[in-house]
Design a protein around this ligand. Structure first.
Ligand SMILES: [Zn+2]
Length: 481
């Protein structure tokens, strides 16, 4: 009897090993390459246009601080003056005063249009970090073939690249086959009202874009060093954005006679419990597909795990959870970002509040996140309310969509031996407002490991700028077929 059991176990182990090896071998094929093109050189003016664009302090500082409207208006004057053919040929209208929609009429206006998006507002430079910048944050300095300044990467380079491509094409009397819109938001870093108004205008006028392209994913060499090839992370979806307010109200009083627990203590414990555990991981189809496309080029162990997720899913996810960027691809993230309480050092406050920001995986609901938070905190004295309205993110694009294919095809042309893969953007973008009205919304710009997003020494290489202009040029030129 025992012999029989041992034999059966051995047989099972043998079969599993056989299947694992078979799947791994079948998976181990070279990842295809497609011919790329020589990237045309940029006119010097393109570089100086981005440098000058950075100098406008179009800072979105949050709801409480007013924007310096004069800087925004001056920015548009600068654009109109420096892109004369765009200004002359392409009509535009403003939304919420400072956001702008350009309409470049195509030869076949009956075809579904494309929308190329960017935003020209930037996040402020944090006072505490200002000294750590090695260049003036709004100087637009060119150093070692790199353009420095707030907005260099996020996202004035996209706006400038789109206009450079259009100006260049207009100079050769080009007219796109289908209508192309440029949607430029002025408040992406705060509330995105400009982009919302533009999306609503398109919807009200029954304009359903076939392709929408905004910021989001990029090209990376750093994240897949084993592949020794650049990977274009073409995001087809983004996570939802939602903030909650946690409030504790308790007796306060003189700090010389504290009760065993105060509002601050209770809030504190709640936050600790909240951070002890993540929401359960989800292995979304888009992430599976991303791994399927890079997997064949990975070292044996990773390749084996990706080819056999039926057996190794948990180990694979656990490995990817070790890095905070890839962890965010598997989890709805929940993190406190603000704490407000106390008025004086010798007064125990009666109210303690914390703001918790969550980034929600597609398919997970706000209610599920809230329920998880309540369960983790497990203390009725911590009241949870909505701090921001829940995101209304429409359906994700498919990696079989025209939008994805167009962008994928363009990445092959602009980047030698690139591996394009579908991706999930963990950051929020203005393009989410277009997801319910367009056939496919892609969040991608072809920069390589751009540096300093929302941080210190934000910058972009001139080679990146060149590649971006060429990318948009290809998208516009090939919009007809
Ligand atoms: Zn941005």
């Amino acid at each position: 009897m025992i012999k029989k059991i041992i034999l059966s176990i051995l047989l099972i182990v043998l079969v599993i090993t056989g299947v694992v090896i078979f799947n791994t071998i079948r998976f181990s094929k070279a990842i295809a390459t497609k011919p790329s093109k020589e990237i045309p050189s940029l006119p010097d003016s393109a570089i100086s246009h981005l440098q000058q664009a950075i100098k406008f302090k179009t800072v979105s500082a949050g709801d409480a601080m007013p924007v310096d409207t004069a800087q925004y208006l001056a920015f548009w004057q600068f654009i109109e003056k420096n892109y004369p053919l765009v200004h002359k040929t392409i009509s535009h209208q403003n939304f919420k005063e400072l956001s702008r929609l350009y309409k470049w009429e195509g030869k076949h206006p009956e075809l579904k249009p494309y929308v190329l998006m960017a935003h020209y507002d930037v996040v402020p430079v944090e006072g505490a970090t200002e000294k750590q910048w090695t260049v003036p944050a709004f100087g637009g300095l060119l150093k070692n073939d790199t353009i420095y300044g707030r907005g260099a990467a996020d996202d004035k380079s996209s706006l400038i690249s789109i206009l450079e491509a259009a100006e260049k094409l207009l100079a050769s009397s080009f007219q796109p086959e289908r209508t192309i819109y440029f949607s430029f938001g002025n408040d992406e870093e705060t509330i995105g009202q400009g982009a919302q108004a533009i999306a609503k205008y398109l919807e009200d006028n029954k304009i359903h874009p076939e392709v929408v392209i905004d910021e989001g994913g990029e090209i990376t060499e750093e994240n897949f060093t084993e592949l020794k090839r650049p990977v274009a992370l073409i995001a087809v979806a983004e996570k939802g954005y939602m903030s909650f307010e946690l409030t504790v109200e308790m007796h306060g009083g003189h700090s010389s006679t504290p009760a065993p627990e105060t509002a601050i203590d209770v809030l504190n414990k709640g936050l600790v419990h909240l951070r002890e555990k993540q929401m359960p991981y989800q292995f979304l189809p888009v992430i599976k597909e991303m791994l399927n496309r890079v997997g064949p080029g990975m070292p044996f162990t990773q390749r084996m795990a990706i080819a056999n997720t039926w057996l190794f899913e948990k180990q694979l996810v656990a490995e990817m959870e070790k890095d905070k960027s890839s962890n965010a691809l598997f989890h709805t993230t929940i993190v406190p970002t603000m704490i407000q309480t106390g008025i004086k050092d010798n007064v125990i406050p009666t109210v303690a509040k914390a703001i918790v920001n969550t980034r929600i995986l597609p398919g997970t609901t706000v209610e599920q996140v809230e329920a998880f938070m309540m369960l983790q905190i497990n203390d009725g004295r911590v009241k949870i309310t909505h701090y921001s309205p829940p995101d209304k993110v429409g359906p994700a694009a498919s990696y079989e969509s025209v939008a994805y294919k167009k962008v994928e095809n363009a990445t092959y042309q602009i980047m030698k031996s690139v591996i394009p893969v579908p991706f999930l953007s963990v950051g929020a973008t203005d393009s989410k407002y277009f997801q319910s009205i367009a056939d496919g919304v892609i969040k991608f710009s072809p920069t390589i490991d751009a540096k300093g997003f929302h941080g210190i020494d934000e910058r972009i290489g001139v080679s990146d700028l060149k590649r971006m202009v060429f990318f948009y040029q290809i998208i516009i030129q090939e919009a007809g077929n």
